[in-house]
Ligand binder design. Structure first.
Ligand SMILES: [Cu+2]
Length: 176
């Protein structure tokens, strides 16, 4: 029976495993990474977490420059942290904020700039469970778990044996 509980727990863990991997956010959704899209609004409707991926899909006239905040604010592409090309760029988010823009002509000032901030998730500060171990079972009545039935496993074994014998008898009757 304990084995069955362990098996059930393993099944639940396996079912939950895909949630460990982060979500993929296609930048701009169906509008993708393009001019004329408000990526501030888009980002505000997303929930970014550490480990999520940001996927930029774009035509080859565009690109993805990862920049710092001041360059993001001023649409400067002269000092990029990282440059991506090729039309399909996936970036895995780490904690904090990251900033992206397109360096082509004036695309950034036409809206091709994106700021992403991941939610602080892994460190809930100061929220430790209460450590007091005062259980409310100090009263006069002592609640004890009910004892197992005296010959539970024995009778179970007997009844299953009877069942097996019955199946065998049925099989013999069918064959004979
Ligand atoms: Cu562009």
């Amino acid at each position: 029976m304990a084995l069955r509980v362990v098996a059930a727990v393993v099944v639940v863990l396996l079912a939950a495993a895909p949630m460990v991997f982060g979500a993929n956010h296609v930048v701009g959704d169906s509008q993708q990474w393009n001019t004329g899209v408000d990526y501030t609004t888009w980002a505000n409707n997303q929930k970014f977490a550490v480990g999520d991926t940001l996927e930029f899909k774009y035509g080859l006239t565009h690109n993805v420059y990862e920049v710092n905040k001041s360059d993001y604010d001023s649409c400067s592409s002269s000092n990029p942290i990282k440059v991506h090309n090729g039309g399909d760029t996936s970036i895995t988010l780490s904690s904090g904020s990251s900033y992206y823009l397109c360096s082509t002509s004036n695309h950034c000032s036409q809206g091709m700039k994106l700021a992403v901030t991941t939610a602080a998730s892994s460190t809930p500060s100061g929220a430790s469970p209460p450590s007091g171990s005062n259980s409310p079972s100090n009263g006069s009545t002592t609640p004890s778990p009910p004892p197992p039935p005296p010959n539970g496993s024995g009778s179970g074994r007997v009844s299953s044996g009877v069942a097996v014998a019955g199946v065998l008898a049925l099989g013999l009757a069918l064959m004979g």
